[in-house]
Design a protein around this ligand. Structure first.
Ligand SMILES: *Cc1c(COP(=O)(O)O)cnc(C)c1O
Length: 490
């Protein structure tokens, strides 16, 4: 299968690229993104066939349907990483929380957040492409907390790949920071910046676009790439768990095969939701995809009004920081799928030039046949955390909690919902401790103990040991010095 571009083809560029090319260079010409030429049709037969398959067997067959230019042994090796999840037999447990409401837990991997679902296998795939081409890659990452640990974990000690990971010093949770600064491997460099996430993100974008930086790297025999969430190499692994979660409901006798369900997704850059949309198009029976946001509610406004408007908008810091995003990049792939390349280019140009685009009434109606949305503020989220713990004995993190509001406002309660849980309670413990007991400003270690006592849940060993591990990544610098620091590392 080859990949085409969401904004049409720049005459100086090839018409299509392979999967490997789309991975190594994820931004297409005209600034667009790569999408599959045609999604495979799996249909009902595929679901029937895999009703009792393991996660890995399901994943392998789905990836085979994409017919990508990655060797079968490499895909097997990549999928074997799901064996490192809490339960190798079922890396993604789906839990009934109350009547008609199920939670699919995407956080049972090494860094306790859903980024592992895609980044774990992605690391093997990218490293294998680099080895095959006999090239060295520098992967740049900027993180507000979850992508950094997951990227470091997946590329640690992998051949032909190095990672430089930028994070805002003081801008992540203790657990997230410790997950990064205790990573000990020759090919990893973690750089704290005196600044906020936006400073890290801007530095990353500047370096990715800088030809001077690229030629300085090329003198050191190194090419530049990014493991950001527009990379199709990540998206492809995010289709699988939607199919798996559906089949889990059938296995649990919660639904009949063929019955439609809601997929309710806590969304930021829209990779998770896009995976659900592709699964639907490939044959999964879906009623609607519900997009849940926090106070940064640009997606809710798009889906309710047809207007993607960033004028006068600033990112607000919330209790669900992985969703504090204004430019939700993967929406572009939905626009392309629904309205085609010419219209997508026009809309994205409007966004770049005027900070706003507006769908026509017909386009909005089309969008709304597939999506609905709502947003949940921090206090509402904390109330859902407390109520769901007290009434249903289920503990969730603040990202997952945003879905409980849209579940009430957007879905028909007679139809089953799958809510996607994107982080374990251990990753955002101060907010959860505050929701449960009212304690404020606790450090992570205190909040973890307090939740563990209240909820009678053990703190997982990999989280607990972070607090006693040696800190090996000690670099904290001003943003002006990032480029030099990275080149010194290479
Ligand atoms: C990344 C992330 C999200 C947002 O996912 P997208 O695919 O970017 O929409 C939500 N919750 C958590 C905890 C995350 O780490």
């Amino acid at each position: 299968m080859n990949f085409i571009q969401t904004r049409g083809i720049d005459p100086s560029k090839p018409k299509t690229v392979t999967f490997s090319q789309a991975i190594l260079d994820p931004i297409a010409s005209y600034g667009g993104l790569y999408v599959p030429e045609k999604l495979p049709e799996l249909g009902q037969a595929f679901l029937d066939k895999h009703l009792n398959s393991s996660y890995k067997v399901l994943a392998k067959d789905m990836l085979d349907a994409f017919d990508i230019d990655i060797e079968s042994e490499v895909i097997d090796e990549a999928l074997n990483l799901y064996d490192k999840f809490d339960d190798a037999a079922n890396p993604v447990p789906v839990v009934k929380v109350k009547e008609n409401l199920y939670v699919s837990e995407l956080y049972h991997g090494p860094t306790r957040a859903f980024k592992d679902m895609a980044l774990q296998p992605f690391g093997i795939v990218l490293s294998s492409i680099a080895q095959k081409k006999n090239e060295n890659y520098l992967i740049l990452a900027a993180t507000s907390g979850d992508t950094g640990p997951a990227a470091l974990e997946t590329f640690k000690n992998r051949a032909n790949v190095r990672v430089a990971c930028l994070y805002p010093d003081g801008g992540t949770s203790d657990v997230q920071r410790l997950q990064m600064v205790t990573e000990d491997a020759q090919n990893l460099k973690v750089i704290g910046i005196n600044g906020v996430f936006d400073d890290a993100q801007s530095a990353l974008k500047r370096l990715l676009a800088s030809s001077e930086f690229k030629s300085a790297l090329s003198e050191k025999n190194t090419k530049l790439s990014a493991a950001n969430s527009v990379n199709f190499g990540r998206i492809i692994f995010q289709i699988i768990y939607h199919i798996h979660s559906y089949l889990e409901l059938v296995r649990q006798n919660a639904i009949e095969m063929g019955e439609k369900v809601y997929l309710n997704v806590p969304s930021g850059n829209f990779g998770n939701a896009l995976g659900g949309y592709y699964a639907w198009k490939m044959g999964l029976p879906v009623e609607k995809i519900i997009i849940s946001s926090n106070e940064n509610n640009v997606l809710t406004r798009l889906i309710k009004t047809g207007k993607y408007d960033l004028n006068g908008c600033d990112v607000v810091n919330t209790t669900s920081p992985a969703m504090d995003i204004l430019k939700s990049s993967n929406v572009e792939r939905i626009l392309f799928d629904m309205f085609g390349e010419v219209r997508t280019k026009e809309l994205m140009q409007d966004l770049e030039e005027k900070n706003v685009y507006e769908l026509t009434a017909d386009e909005l109606a089309t969008l709304r046949t597939c999506f609905d949305a709502d947003f949940c503020n921090g206090d509402e989220g904390k109330a859902y955390i407390k109520d769901t713990f007290e009434n249903d004995n289920y503990l969730m993190d603040p990202h997952t909690a945003t879905c409980f509001k849209s579940y009430e406002t957007c879905s028909d309660p007679k139809i089953k919902s799958i809510i996607y849980s994107t982080a374990e309670w251990t990753k955002f413990s101060p907010v959860i401790a505050n929701a449960l007991t009212g304690e404020v400003d606790a450090e992570d270690i205190i909040a973890l103990e307090s939740i563990s006592n209240t909820a009678k849940l053990a703190i997982p060993a990999m989280v607990k040991e972070l607090f006693t591990k040696e800190i090996v990544q000690k670099t904290i610098i001003n943003k002006e010095d990032i480029e030099k620091e990275i080149l010194d590392f290479i």
